[in-house]
Design a protein around this ligand. Structure first.
Ligand code: NAD
Length: 503
């Protein structure tokens, strides 16, 4: 690993300004395609956390009083700024995450959708009114912001996942503190600058960098009201347990093991195209990546040959290189873990149809490269099945019936996404009704819902009861009030009673 002497440092964004903070410690940020250190990241100390929370609390009190028209004016401006900085944001994502530029631009596009949804928050905050619910009595409900929201996000979508959260939280009148992944913190900092340029008051959107200490500080701070978390399952579970024990509302989205069932009646070329893209795109580092292909009956042999052809044709290169399909994985440790799991599968009897373990990009041998890897004959007891690999590895399993495939999916502890490839409506319907999974694709391999629906899995893929963004996001970032009101005429006869009031 090399480190240039004139490294830039990445600071926090607290109360409208970039600051190195008082924590003192820094850690390296790497370019995964070269293994070189590209910057040093300042880590927050307790004083930085206290400063950010205090600024958020003060900002929430005033921002929450802004009219809806004034708040959405900032959202519209922010939307324009993000749209005009897609290339700049994508370049930052590629430099620190490693995914190819077009894929990075794609994640920003999905984030933009959520900003656009949040521009229409007025419609969703209209509340409800029941005229004359009882004689002379009207009942109405409306929603108010929760106050200070902290968002803790993973490395794999450094722009999209923060944008799943902050546009809605902010449009609803909250202040938002983002604790992004330490691995790719530069794009979130550009988001902070764009929020400020859009006219957002200081303290409403802040970025605090750090690891477990910073997260723990947010989870337990009495002035933080709600936590949105996206990351791996063990941390999601911990975040949910810790923050709920400290009286906060929490949505904590975790890891995944997404299966696709392929029936013999599917269009096999189409299925192979989509499976290959869903398994190897972004080096398999998507929580909605397909990592298990469940071939039914005679589908396996045709499918394997076709996926193999596609896997071998993938261009793996630095994300900035024209025509690159897939970049490196995120860290040296991640690469070592992927190789270990692939090796264990081979030792346990799986067939390595395509072996990406020895892959490297000439001239960039220090990058964290893993080539597309296709495993056949994987069984449910192998680590290649029990672990979320989070690398470019597709495991093929074989079953005899669609019912057996559904049972396999339902026995898995995760329930984020799943897909079926078939031309049978009856089997697709059986599948959509039968699987215990939150997001389902029918001939769609990565069924990430559009912004006006909500995103979330079942079982170990989500702790908490609210999915993220869409209407469930609005509900998560607001609290309901119901008002029962009576405006008596001046000389009315009182109807007060010692009995419980009824109609
Ligand atoms: P991670 O769990 O390691 O980190 C997520 C966040 O938690 C980061 O901000 C990190 O700093 C923080 N963190 C890490 N360890 C912590 C600890 N011990 N205590 C407190 N905070 C801690 O996840 P990652 O490796 O950055 O991201 C990949 C994971 O995220 C995968 O499991 C993937 O499936 C999951 N993910 C899920 C979704 C979803 O929508 N369900 C979306 C994207 C990613």
């Amino acid at each position: 690993m090399t480190e240039t002497p004139t490294l830039t440092t990445i600071k926090h964004f607290i109360n409208g300004a970039e600051t190195a903070g008082t924590g003192g410690a820094t850690q390296p940020v790497y370019n995964p395609a070269t293994g070189a250190v590209s910057a040093r990241l300042h880590l927050a100390g307790r004083g930085d956390l206290e400063a950010a929370v205090a600024a958020a609390k003060a900002a929430a009190a005033t921002w929450g009083e802004y009219s809806l028209a004034k708040r959405t004016a900032v959202l519209f401006k922010f939307r324009e700024l993000v749209a005009s900085h897609v290339d700049e944001l994508a370049a930052l994502v590629t430099a620190e995450h490693g995914k190819v530029l077009s894929d990075a631009a794609g994640e920003i596009g999905r984030g933009l959708e959520v900003i656009e949804f949040a521009c229409g928050i007025n419609q969703l905050l209209k509340g409800a009114y029941s005229d004359q619910a009882s004689t002379g009595i009207d009942v109405f409900s409306f929603r108010q912001p929760v106050g200070v929201v902290a968002g803790i996000t993973p490395f794999n979508f450094p722009v999209m996942v923060p944008l799943w959260m902050c546009p809605i939280a902010i449009a609803a009148g909250n202040a938002f503190i983002l604790k992004p992944s330490e691995r790719d913190p530069s794009a979130p900092m550009l988001l902070a600058r764009l929020w400020k340029e859009a006219g957002l008051p200081d303290g409403v959107f802040q970025v605090l960098h750090g690891g477990k200490d910073t997260v723990d500080g947010l989870l337990t701070h009495p002035d933080v009201d709600a936590i949105s978390f996206v990351g791996s399952t063990p941390i999601a579970k911990y975040v949910h347990e810790t923050a709920t024990a400290h009286g906060k509302r929490v949505q904590a989205l975790g890891g995944a093991k997404n299966h696709a069932i392929i029936l013999p009646d599917a269009d096999m070329d189409n299925a192979a195209d989509h499976l290959s893209a869903a398994a190897f795109g972004s080096a398999g580092e998507r929580c909605m990546a397909i990592s298990v292909a469940v071939a039914v009956g005679g589908a396996a042999d045709t499918l394997l040959g076709k996926v193999r052809e596609r896997a071998e044709a993938i261009k793996v290169a630095e994300g900035t290189e024209p025509g690159a399909d897939m970049g490196p994985v995120i860290t040296a440790a991640s690469k070592a873990r992927v190789l270990k799991i692939v090796g264990e599968a081979a030792d346990a009897g799986a067939t390595l149809v395509v072996d990406g373990r020895d892959f490297t990009v000439p001239g960039k041998e220090d990058g964290y490269w893993v080539g597309p890897t296709l495993l056949d004959g994987v069984s449910a007891d192998m680590t290649a099945y029990t672990e979320e690999i989070f690398g470019p590895v597709l495991a093929v399993m074989r079953v005899e019936t669609v019912e057996e495939g559904i049972a396999l999916i339902n026995a898995n502890p995760y329930g984020n996404g799943t897909a079926i490839f078939t031309s049978s409506g009856a089997n697709a319907r059986k599948f959509q009704r039968g699987v215990h999974v939150g997001m389902i694709g029918i001939n769609v391999p990565v069924p990430v819902p559009v912004a006006y629906h909500s995103f979330g899995g079942w079982k170990n893929s989500l702790f908490g009861d609210k999915h993220i963004y869409g209407e469930e996001g609005v509900a998560f970032y607001t609290r309901a009030k119901v008002v029962t009101s009576r405006w008596p005429e001046p000389q009315h006869a009182s109807d007060a009673s010692y009995n419980f009031p009824s109609n």
